[in-house]
Design a protein around this ligand. Sequence first.
Ligand SMILES: C[S@@+](CC[C@H](N)C(=O)[O-])C[C@H]1O[C@@H](n2cnc3c(N)ncnc32)[C@H](O)[C@@H]1O
Length: 382
Amino acid sequence: MELVIKTLHGLEDCLADEIEELGGEKIKKLRRAVSCEGNLAFVYKANYNLRTALRILLPIHSFLAKNERELYDQIKSFDWSTHLELRQTFAIDNAITRDASIANSQFASLKMKDAIVDYFREKTGKRPSVNKDNPDLLLNLHGYKDQYTISIDSSGRTLNQRGYRKEGGHHAPLNEVLAAGLLKISEWNASIPLIDPMCGSGTIAIEAAMLGKGIPAQILRNDFGFMNWSNFNAILWNRVKMESTAKRGRTRINISASDIDNQNIKLVKGSTKILNLGQGFDIMKYDFLKLPPESKKGMIISNPPYGERIGGDGMVEFYGRIGDKLKKDFDGWDAWFLSSNFEALRAIRLRPSKKEILFNGPLECQFCKYEMYAGTEDLATT
Ligand SMILES: C[S@@+](CC[C@H](N)C(=O)[O-])C[C@H]1O[C@@H](n2cnc3c(N)ncnc32)[C@H](O)[C@@H]1O
């Protein structure tokens, strides 16, 4: 089967590497997606394990349509009976049209629904129902410059929803897929001590613990789109889960998550309990600027306030103090910060040795690496 696996901007390389490790074939990087080939077991395995994937799509119909009539006709002439039975429900999620003659994605999605319903009605006199919450078949429409692809969504809910967060948690949590991507870009592995000193709900540290210990990304989840398909193979699914969790090693981790706000500490504790993360994961309430100096070497990966949703004014001064803290107390460490506040990042006054452009929701961010070593140059003095 051909698969198109969606991800966030800038994480295409990370996702392609993950797919290769998992055994996907004919891997091709696309824009915010990676395509590959794999069998049904691979579809299950990819949904269960991939950390930087948002949804896994199976394209079934591609066509050209210059207007709504052509879109409707193309969809209605497709043989829907091979994918959907009358007694089954369907839904269309996340329709996107870009630079297409039909600019309104919602309208295109509505036309698609009408065409599918009319296909069945004309053939049988009856129509399948739409069920937006838990459809048997979740469909995806993607249009670019009048070229459309309809895919079956094998994931259902997006894969960033791992299940370790409680409702109503942090007000600016990082997308889990983005956090996993930060870890891959930084080339962190379980042998490196890791600190997130402004951890909020702890997404980066929790994703690191799961990665380090080889815990499948969806260990807590038991609802995927493919489970509603008529060909769902429970024996194969259980085998995929068993094989994936068997790889879960006894790797030791050395991860610290701290935050100035006690509420956030409670959130992190709640999530680590749900995941049963156990030893090697320290959670502390601390002001980063007062964190004791570190003797061992390691890595900081953090997502400080940007001054958008939290932090407000004073970010330039705050980042300046973060820079001072790094130079004073983290000799030998690598520090990575993700922020959309570029002026504040410059106030760290260290030259980044690497910089990646990523998006946190709609916010363009820089993910910058600072390497601290004795004699690290303070840009303020150069
Ligand atoms: C953008 S949020 C981090 C969100 C986090 N990545 C997540 O996934 O939930 C920034 C966090 O920095 C924390 N913070 C702000 N100033 C701090 C300080 N001086 N020391 C420690 N934490 C601080 C805030 O409480 C907030 O939770």
